[in-house]
Design a protein. Structure first.
Lengths: 429, 429
């Protein structure tokens, strides 16, 4: 068992620092160039979907099942078979799904934009209000927070627990403050912690009695089928159904996409929501576009066929991703176990590991890693406005590098954690 | 030479009406089901691009020329070769183009939305203004008008002449009224008249001195390469260059897409504009999306290669479209020539023929045609708010039906024009 840094003497720490500095120098000389910053699938994962390039050829019949020629204009919110496929991924009724373009982020932005410009279900457009507040469970997804920051909403940080956001706080805000119009959620294998909301948390969400009638839960189900293990999986309650049961059918927008199933940037995104919300969206969508890329929708259906096809594909993704997560987790354990200078999550799915360093160390660790050629997500990015009040959280994205590269990157990362932590502890000795 | 209806006696007209009624009855009994309502390419045209389905297969190298793997995340505003291809279609510098998704309409809507939500180049967001006015040359494109109607802008009709919008009126509004923030233009083979702006009109656009610094020309170059004839083509001055020369580089957003070159709904759309406007757009685009479908961009480049490939394809489109336009024009001439109950345009490109009936007859003609199974664009659609003050203009879209179907549909249309005109003239006798 390693000795906790905090219990070391100043002399021990100084000598340790010397050692670590030397080791770091060695890494620097390697001239590494590795990226653990974004949740990008690896080349091996992209190769899994190359069969999709063969499903169409110049003699293909490109009509969808209702006879629509997918090569021409038309079909506002998706061909029927694409709705079924995405509904099966989102675990909702195909009647309650609308298919969009290649990016669920774009769908979320547009959903906020519609509320801002035109209002939801006849309510005042958010752009006409003095103030709009959004709840942001953090650490969370930086691109969510960037949307609400750009719209000028006041973002309120909600602490994340292992079973989901702090629901006492969520209820307090949502049920009492009419300026609170929304909350960002990644309910399954959350970004970056990999936490999944407990049944109780989902039910408490569904049971919210918002002070604002146009309050909406932005439920980004990005990792619904993105398990790492066959035998240990998180499953969560279906939020549309729970909201309907609780008498709040219109309270949620659920987002999903095939970005990390087929090709990021060339997948299919969707929104699942109530009939009333869908009618509301369609009113503006019909002005915005004639329709999204139906050929790509059909391509996805012909390749994956159905939920079973998707699951088979996700097992192949998992086989590639699992060793990477395990490599990082094992390295952190080997290098940092017992030192009491950091904790990290061990998710069963999703794309990230969340690392919490000693307070005040995250920025320095990320800078240090960069100095030796390993790019991490910017420290603070997982909090609203990019400011982590404790400067502690670091998102690790192990998906893109190879296992061999990760072995090096994870060790270097641990070294940076040690170095910065030693310096931090020395300051107070 | 046929006799003008207006010069006929009441008796002649009544007997003519009997004849026409009988003829119409005959058509009704045929149970036609034809659609001349939208500018949809025909199946034969769609077949022209089926080779695009063969350019990728499961062993393809899907890196673009700068080494980016087009299957993964990244590249906000388009891969370099797609920028070059779309720039060649838009006749602009590839440095001044941004590639978007599948729909130029969506790009236009988003461009208006950004101005509405965030303002242009630091100016007040349009949603914070009491009033925003938009100039709408009419007859024009219904989907343009629908966007500005949805945003609640006051739309001001500008008469269209053969060489473009009434520039005296445009100058009067733009140069004096700071509430006028934009104008919709289809400068080449305009929708629905097929008119192209003269050099003088383009220069007068570029020379505008708007009262509103955030006034923008929305230049929808939808039909830039959509000629019907080899030897008779409209060409227009390049607006970005003209605006720059006139000292107003930021005054224009130019839109283009491959929708009617490859596949509508599965093409690639783009915006061309000044460096400053591009930087402004990027600020928000980076929040809205990680990037658009690069595989589809690459697919288009591999299929068309360059401007020459596009032009060859457009000649094949023209070979299919030309006989259809000529069939309609000939039928109208044969059936209506000399009757003085309608005039129509004879465009050299684009997707539409514009028909002007006697005042107060358009709605009735469209209704009559529908009664016999031929769907036209709704009368009034070519004007702001869907209201044609003279109830005279009808848009004819000859692209989708076969030549054989068109022969029938055009004859029926002419018959409906005659019938409604006779009734109209009888009213005043």
């Amino acid at each position: 068992m390693s000795k906790a840094y905090a219990s070391m003497s100043r002399e021990e720490l100084l000598s340790l620092k010397d050692e670590l500095d030397k080791e770091f120098q060695g890494y620097k000389e390697k001239g590494l160039k590795l990226d653990m910053s974004r949740g990008k699938p690896s080349i091996a994962q992209l190769n899994l979907s190359m069969g999709m390039m063969d499903v169409f050829h110049s003699e293909s019949d490109l009509k969808c099942e209702d006879g629509t020629d997918c090569r021409n204009y038309g079909v506002l919110d998706g061909i029927p078979e694409a709705k079924r496929l995405l509904a099966s991924i989102a675990e909702v009724n195909p009647d309650n799904i609308m298919i969009f373009g290649n990016s669920s982020l774009n769908v979320m932005y547009d959903t906020v934009a519609r509320a801002y410009m035109f209002g939801l279900l006849g309510h005042t457009p958010w752009c006409k209000l003095d103030k709009v507040k959004f709840l942001c469970p953090a650490p969370g997804y930086d691109r969510h927070f960037k949307i609400t920051e750009t719209f000028g909403f006041e973002m309120i940080t909600i602490p994340m627990h292992e079973d989901g956001p702090d629901m006492d706080m969520v209820e307090e805000y949502v049920n009492n403050d009419p300026e609170v119009k929304g909350i960002w959620c990644v309910p399954k294998y959350s970004n970056p912690q990999g936490y999944s909301y407990s049944d109780e948390v989902v039910k408490r969400f569904a049971a919210l009695t918002p002070a604002a009638e146009d309050f909406r839960i932005f439920w980004d189900n990005a990792y619904s089928v993105h398990h790492l293990y066959e035998d240990r999986r998180d499953e969560i309650l279906e939020i549309l159904e729970e909201c309907a049961k609780a008498g709040h059918p219109d309270m949620v927008f659920k987002f999903t996409s095939t970005s990390k199933i087929s090709f990021p940037g060339s997948g299919v995104a969707a929104i699942a929501t109530s009939d009333a919300n869908m009618a509301d969206i369609r009113k503006y969508m019909v002005v915005q576009t004639i329709g999204h890329d139906k050929l790509n929708q059909l391509r996805h259906v012909r390749f994956f066929r159905d939920r079973y096809g998707v699951e088979a594909q996700m097992r192949r993704h998992a086989d590639i991703l699992r060793p990477k997560f395990e490599m990082v987790e094992q390295t952190l354990e080997d290098e940092l176990g017992g030192l009491e200078i950091g904790t990290w999550t061990k998710p069963l799915g999703g794309y990230f590991i969340s690392f919490d360093a000693l307070e005040g160390c995250a920025k320095a660790i990320v800078a240090k890693a960069k100095e030796a050629g390993v790019v991490m997500t910017g420290a603070g990015a997982t909090f609203p406005y990019g400011i982590d009040p404790k400067d502690s959280n670091i998102r690790i994205a192990p998906s893109y590098p190879t296992v061999e590269e990760l072995a090096v990157a994870a060790k270097l990362f641990a070294l940076c954690v040690k170095l910065v932590s030693v310096e931090k502890i020395l300051e107070s000795k």
